[in-house]
Each structure stands twice: as structure tokens, then as C-alpha cells.
Design a binder for this molecule. Structure first.
Ligand code: F0G
Length: 475
């Protein structure tokens, strides 16, 4: 398998010798027991879930790598912050703490809290997108794309071509291709492009970072065409870490300085705080422009709630304000990225087809190599997840043809460019030893790979089908 990997490995500056890339910079004050269901129970659970691991109850999962969203462990300070919730309907002090944190870390003057990332997308997109508009970006996340399409717009992917090769070892595989972007600008003009969205890190592209240089170039180009740029910043802090350790001249800057430099490339930011702000629920829209804030705030009130709470309790706002700082802490980020990379390296050493370099929040396995005998129409990623669960009670998630959905014109499955399974690491939740268990689990599936069959759909919802679709084993 080694020949899959192209070019030398990226060595992240300072990661090599740094203790926090291999030891947790926290100690554990509270534990939540997890239980291993028996093989018989696992078989029953999978069967009852129509073979879709999404439908298995959490209590029947041993290690849950479905998502890093809202699954992080809050710190003692965040829990203390919850006790300081000011549940005033309008003007809660926790809102002002959040506003200050966003202004300090990101430099955006205006902050509109929302209950989570897609709440922010719904408010922003309803306000800015009209029928027939296009929104260019770097492999939009699925809720972003779904919201764009819901507002009768269209997402256009302008990611660099290299991102489609899972084994090219490049430092910034989330970058946008400026030529592709300018072609879109020339074809549609600012009349039909309400904004461009940069997702950093790029989740659907393997958790890959975007360089500061690329963001600056996108901003400069977009300014020339009069088009605002929006950061989908769910994992903005992890992106800052990659900028610090991979981009020339950046190592001397603090995380906050890098975050401010990054944010300067954007007019707007939508945030799912369930990721890099390490809260279980929360999000916001932030902008430096009063007119954009004015255009979103009324829809915010309509969809999410008053402008100082946005669908959240005062206590949630407080946990988010504190979590923004913790998620940008340099030692924490070294641990975080090192922890994820540890899983990737252990799997790669054993010859597993791992998308390379490792992402910031997850390891992605290439199903075209793992299960080459299963066609995209029979969802190899889903079959892998089912077997991973049967072997180990570990839950991963398919990022492939099932997630991609059907072409609205032809009704056919849209085969994904990359057929992946994502092993997503919650923040501050699992230990390095848990990851060793995951490695063993993946190897067990590998040993049986030739006998693994694909899936046939038995029940398929019309939108976002991956959440609730059901299957049977293909003959
Ligand atoms: N943008 C990105 C890049 C995301 O990864 C997500 C969610 C959202 C927006 C939407 O945020 O969930 O708070 O509404 N990603 C989760 C995941 C669901 O598993 O990757 P949300």
C-alpha cells in the first residue's frame, strides 16, 4: 500500500519535539463509563438500525467517532461558566462576554448568536441568496450546500485539483484555485454572487487546511470583483494551528495573532461553536459590516430568537465565550492535532489507505482502496462502518456516495469523487489508548475485507438521506 502515498511526508514545525503532541495537556476530573455490547447485541443493534450505524442508540456504541460536533468535553471553567448564566431575555451579560471574545479573537465587531452552525447558515443565506445565485467555495459542507440549494442557489466547487488525490502530501489541500474562482466571478458577476465561502479547515475535503496566503489572495480577488467573503469557521482554530506550523514566517506569531490575520481576510463568518469552541451546542454569525449585520439581525430574531441569545440559554453563551479561548490555546491545539495525527500514523504504518496528510479533526479512510470490489452504488463506506461496528462497537461515518445524494435531474446516485469513511475525534474525550483500540478494530475489518458485501437501499428519504436510510446486504 505504501506506493499509494505520493511525495515526502510533511513534518510540522515544532510538532516533532513537542510533548503536547503526544500527551494530553489536561487531567480527567469526571468520567463517563462506556460499555462494550456483546457480539450478539451488536448484530441485533445493526439489524434493527437497517444496517445504518447512524440509527444505533448511543448506549450501544463503545467508541463514537461519528462526529466531533457537540461531542467535546467541556472544561471545569466552562462548567463553572454555566452556573453564571444570566437568563435575562434581552441583554444577558453572557452575550456581552461572547461578543467581547469574538471581537478579541476574531476582530469582528458584530456578533449574532445562533443555536448552531446551520442556524447561522439559514439566517445568512435567507438574507443574502436569491433564486439563481451561485456561491463559490472550497468543497462546501453538506448543510452549507443544502441551505444554499434550499434558497434556490447553487454551490460551485473551486478547490484545487490536487485535493481530489487522497495521497498527495501537500500542506494546504483545502486551498481554493484562484483561476477557477475568477472564472466563476467573470461568468456570474457580483449581481449573482452574494458571497464566496471558504471552509477552514475543509471538512468535506478531508479536514484539510487553507493557507493564510490563499485566504489573502481570495480576499484580494473578491474585493476586485466587489464580492464579500465568508469564513465557514467551525474549525477555524485548527486551521490557525496548521498555518502556524506549516506556513513560512508564521511560527513567530501567537495563535490569537494568526486568528486575527485569518479573520481579516473575511467580511463574514458563520460558526458552528460545537467544534472549535468546544461546546455541546451553539454558534454565531459575525461580521465587520454594519449593513450585513442589519440585514441578518431581523431574520435572526425570526428564526433563532432575540439578537442577544439566538436560540441559546445565557449559560450556553457563557460556555461558548470561554470555549473560544480554550479552543485557540496553543498547547491544546498541539495536543489536538497530534492526537488525530497519531491515529493516522498508526493506521498508515500498518498499510491502511489513509487520506494524507491527516486532517485536523478526523482520519479519513479511502474506500476505493479498502473495498475496491464494491461499487459506489452499493455504498462501500456504509458496508465498512457496519463491519467496524460488528467487530468493535466503534462508530465511523460514511463521507461518500450515500452522503452525496442523487442528481436532481437524472435521479441517479452522484458518485463521490472520494469514497471515504471518517473517523472523527471528539475534543478532549478519548485517550491515546482508545485510539490504539480503534487501530485494532480497523485492522480486523481489513482482514475480512474480501468477504465484505455492499448494500442495497430498502428505504431512502428524499433529502439528507444518509441520516435515516435503511439497507440490506447485497446478494
Ligand atoms: N460547517 C462545517 C464545516 C461543518 O462541519 C458543520 C457541521 C456545519 C457547518 C454545520 O454546523 O452542525 O452546528 O449545524 N459538521 C458536523 C460534522 C455535523 O459532523 O462534520 P452544525
Amino acid at each position: 500500500m505504501a506506493e499509494l502515498f505520493i511525495k515526502s511526508e510533511i513534518i510540522d514545525r515544532s510538532m516533532e519535539e513537542d510533548i503536547f503532541s503526544e500527551v494530553e495537556p489536561f487531567r480527567i476530573k469526571m468520567v463517563e463509563p462506556i460499555r462494550m455490547p456483546s457480539r450478539e447485541e451488536r448484530e441485533k443493534c445493526l439489524d434493527e438500525a437497517g444496517l445504518n450505524v447512524f440509527l444505533i442508540k448511543g448506549k450501544n456504541i463503545f467508541i463514537d467517532l461519528l462526529t466531533d460536533s457537540g461531542t467535546g468535553a467541556m472544561s471545569d471553567r466552562q462548567w463553572a461558566g454555566l452556573m453564571m448564566g444570566d437568563e435575562t431575555y434581552a441583554g444577558s451579560r453572557n452575550f456581552y462576554n461572547l461578543e467581547e471574545a469574538v471581537q478579541d479573537i476574531l476582530g469582528f465587531k458584530y456578533v449574532l448568536p445562533c443555536h448552531q452552525g446551520r442556524g447561522a447558515e439559514n439566517v445568512l443565506h435567507t438574507s443574502l441568496i436569491k433564486d439563481g445565485d451561485v456561491i463559490p467555495g472550497n468543497t462546501h459542507f453538506d448543510t452549507t450546500k443544502a441551505h444554499i440549494e434550499h434558497k434556490k442557489g447553487r454551490a460551485i466547487d473551486c478547490t484545487i485539483d490536487e485535493a481530489a488525490d487522497p495521497y498527495i502530501d501537500l500542506p494546504f489541500k483545502g486551498n481554493l484555485d484562484l483561476k477557477k474562482l475568477e472564472e466563476v466571478y467573470k461568468e456570474y458577476g457580483k449581481e449573482h454572487i452574494p458571497f464566496t465561502v471558504v471552509t477552514a479547515t475543509c471538512n468535506s475535503g478531508g479536514g484539510q487546511p487553507v493557507s493564510l496566503q490563499n485566504m489573502r489572495a481570495v480576499k484580494e480577488l473578491s474585493d476586485r470583483y466587489g464580492i464579500p467573503v465568508c469564513l465557514d469557521g467551525a474549525r477555524y482554530a485548527e486551521n490557525c494551528h496548521f498555518i502556524k506550523v506549516r506556513e513560512t514566517g508564521m511560527e513567530k506569531h501567537s495563535m490569537k495573532e494568526i486568528s486575527r490575520m485569518q479573520a481579516e481576510c473575511f467580511d463574514i463568518m458563520t460558526m458552528s461553536a460545537k467544534k472549535d469552541a468546544i461546546v455541546n451546542i451553539g454558534g454565531f454569525i459575525a461580521t465587520r459590516h454594519e449593513e450585513i449585520y442589519d440585514s441578518v439581525k431581523n431574520l435572526g430574531i425570526l428564526f433563532e430568537g432575540f439578537v442577544t441569545y439566538g436560540g441559546l440559554a445565557g449559560r450556553d453563551l457563557e460556555a461558548m465565550a470561554i470555549g473560544l479561548y480554550e479552543g485557540l490555546d496553543e498547547d491544546y491545539l498541539k495536543y489536538r492535532i497530534g492526537h488525530v495525527r497519531y491515529l493516522g500514523e498508526r493506521l498508515k504504518e500498518r498499510g491502511m489507505p489513509v487520506l494524507w496528510p491527516p486532517g485536523g479533526h478526523a482520519i479519513y479512510l479511502d474506500m476505493k482502496e479498502f473495498l475496491p470490489h464494491i461499487s459506489p452504488d452499493q455504498f462501500p463506506g456504509m458496508a465498512f462502518c457496519a463491519h467496524l461496528y460488528l467487530e468493535s462497537a466503534v462508530r465511523g461515518v460514511e463521507i461518500g456516495t450515500l452522503l452525496n445524494g442523487r442528481d436532481p435531474d437524472t435521479g441517479k446516485n452522484r458518485p463521490a469523487k472520494l469514497e471515504l469513511v471518517r473517523l472523527t475525534i471528539p475534543r478532549r474525550v478519548y485517550t491515546f489508548k482508545h485510539l490504539d483500540y480503534v487501530v485494532k478494530a480497523v485492522l480486523k475489518v481489513w482482514e475480512k475485507r474480501e468477504q465484505i458485501k455492499g448494500f442495497d437501499l430498502t428505504d431512502e428519504p428524499p433529502v439528507l438521506r444518509h441520516f435515516t436510510a435503511k439497507f440490506k446486504w447485497a446478494e
